[in-house]
Design a protein around this ligand. Structure first.
Ligand code: AMP
Length: 435
């Protein structure tokens, strides 16, 4: 019997993992420069947490939760990172410990969706959460950070879509306006939209159904329902982005799929690489009501989550080069131990080293060195082993010379320093994602 990975949950093979490592390393470097520190939480939470925060009317909670039944417990695989982070913030009484808390996370998320390109049932998100600052400058700073991040990664055609969803007061007023607007059209909209009309009419606006899109064309816009305070926040955000020169496009139909957003919401979209038609690589917004609704102190909050798989699609068929490697080819039994010793010395000096101790022919070892992309190959036969020397092959320059074994580490270091990688990765510092 052959087992396969569960549909929509992908194995990430080593050559693909390089891409993840690259994006994660870039992400870490970008957000740490803004003072975000890493938070790691379990991938399983109580189901109730997501009902209370992600929201009863969100598609994610209604249809996409992976549930784990355990006697007396109702658990779920996390579909997103924000609720866990809010739970940790409240549980650790962060409100009383520091005025502003900035966290980031990287890890797998789970949603039981219909898998398609760029949409999986296990995927990876990297995100940030910021607690304790309600002002629009903080929103602008985060959005600008993301625009810069996406541009620095080399994505082309990056767009920031921006909207405000207002505070609770505006939402109540807007909801009523939407119900008044859509009710007479209820036989022209989808079944799904008719259900949303009852529990969350805002969601009709981002329906993909052509009937709903048509019916939404003349729908009232939320901007007309904003309170003075909402409006001041919205204007403040745009002014701050204008000051930074961050390009954005106001999209009054951007409502996002999670229930908790208040005021600012945004997405970064691109058509770059293999992503196809315009897709969101990340989305986020303010959620000033979540902490108190989960039993914490009222605390303003803003965050975003970026889909790592989407970023990789947007980066296209980019090749993530392996760091430089030194290959050691011992020929004959007498070369085995000196080569083992040499490999250990090279690794101790921080050099990635592959020792092929199978006792194969030189030809097959050189082929393997080539396949692995080695930059240098050290070949040692029985004679060399006895006389304390080694053949030093520079595979890039196609040169070969005999050197004393005691000079090997220095010679390899020198040769590798001359080779460059396109990613500029440091070999050991790009460790994998949290699982
Ligand atoms: P959300 O958590 O729904 O706000 O989504 C934030 C980002 O996560 C999106 O912009 C996507 O890049 C990514 N994302 C969401 N759902 C999936 C999924 N099922 N598969 C892959 N990426 C996803």
């Amino acid at each position: 019997m052959k087992f396969r990975a569960v549909t929509g949950m992908n194995d990430i093979l080593p050559e693909e993992a390089r891409g993840y490592q690259f994006v994660e390393a870039q992400f870490r470097a970008a957000v740490e420069a803004y003072g975000f520190r890493e938070l790691r939480t379990p991938i399983v939470e109580e189901l109730g947490l997501f009902h209370k925060s992600t929201g009863e009317t969100s598609e994610v909670v209604q249809k996409q939760m992976f549930l784990l039944a355990k006697e007396g417990e109702s658990l779920a695989l996390r579909p997103e990172g924000t609720p866990s982070s809010a739970r940790v913030y409240i549980g650790n009484k962060m409100h009383g410990r520091e005025p502003i808390t900035k966290w980031f996370y990287i890890g797998p998320m789970f949603r039981a969706e219909r898998p398609q390109r760029g949409r999986y049932r296990q995927f990876h998100q990297a995100g940030c959460e910021l607690y304790g600052d309600e002002g629009p400058i903080c929103d602008a700073e985060m959005i600008d950070m993301l625009y810069r991040f996406a541009s620095k990664l080399g994505l082309s055609d990056v767009k920031v879509l921006l909207n405000t969803l207002g505070g609770p007061e505006a939402r109540v007023a807007y909801r009523k306006r939407l119900v008044d607007y859509f009710t007479p059209l209820s036989d022209q909209i989808s079944e799904h939209a008719r259900e949303r009309l009852v529990d969350n009419p805002l969601r009709i606006l981002d329906s993909k159904d052509p009937r709903d899109q048509e019916a939404s064309k003349n729908a009232p816009v939320l901007l007309d329902c904003l309170t003075d305070a909402d409006l001041a926040h919205w204007e403040g955000l745009k002014a701050a982005l204008d000051r930074l020169g961050t390009p954005y496009e106001v999209d009054p139909r951007l409502v996002r799929g999670l229930d908790y957003y208040t005021r600012t919401c945004f997405e970064v979209v691109t058509t770059s690489g293999n992503i196809g038609s315009q897709s969101a690589v990340l989305g986020g917004g303010r959620y000033d009501g979540m902490l108190s609704s989960l039993g914490g102190q009222p605390t303003p909050a803003i965050g975003f989550a970026m889909g790592i798989e989407r970023i990789l699609l947007a980066l296209g068929d980019r090749k993530y080069e392996e760091p430089s490697l030194c290959f050691i080819a011992p020929l004959g039994e007498a070369a085995g131990l000196p080569c083992l010793e040499l490999a250990t010395q090279l690794r101790a000096a921080g050099i990635w080293t592959e020792l092929d101790s199978r006792g194969n022919s030189l030809k097959s070892m050189l082929r393997r060195a080539d396949n692995m992309g080695a930059s240098v190959c050290l070949v040692m036969g029985e004679d060399e082993a006895k006389s304390g020397v080694v053949q030093f092959k520079n595979l890039g320059k196609h040169t070969q010379e005999q050197i004393p074994q005691s000079d090997a580490v220095k010679a390899v270091q020198q040769a590798l320093a001359e080779t460059t990688t396109i990613t500029g990765q440091e070999p050991a510092s790009t460790s994998g994602s949290q699982t």
